[in-house]
Design a binder for this molecule. Structure first.
Ligand code: SF4
Length: 52
């Protein structure tokens, strides 16, 4: 089962699945460096990532 509507290209993540899907039960996305306000998408990242 994968997260509907989530596309992820991080191929070396334990949860990465065929078709650029994510098989985690949920994900957490935070801002690089902390805080609650990002200025651009590149400042955000998935904290649920685990190396394969
Ligand atoms: S946990 Fe995050 S990095 Fe890993 S496949 Fe899912 S969305 Fe991508």
């Amino acid at each position: 089962m994968t997260l509907s509507g989530v596309k992820c290209t991080v191929a070396n993540c334990k949860y990465h699945s065929q078709g650029d899907a994510c098989s985690a039960s949920n994900i957490e996305v935070n801002i690089d460096g902390g805080g609650q306000s990002a200025q651009a998408s590149r400042e955000t990242n998935c904290k649920t990532f685990i190396t394969k």
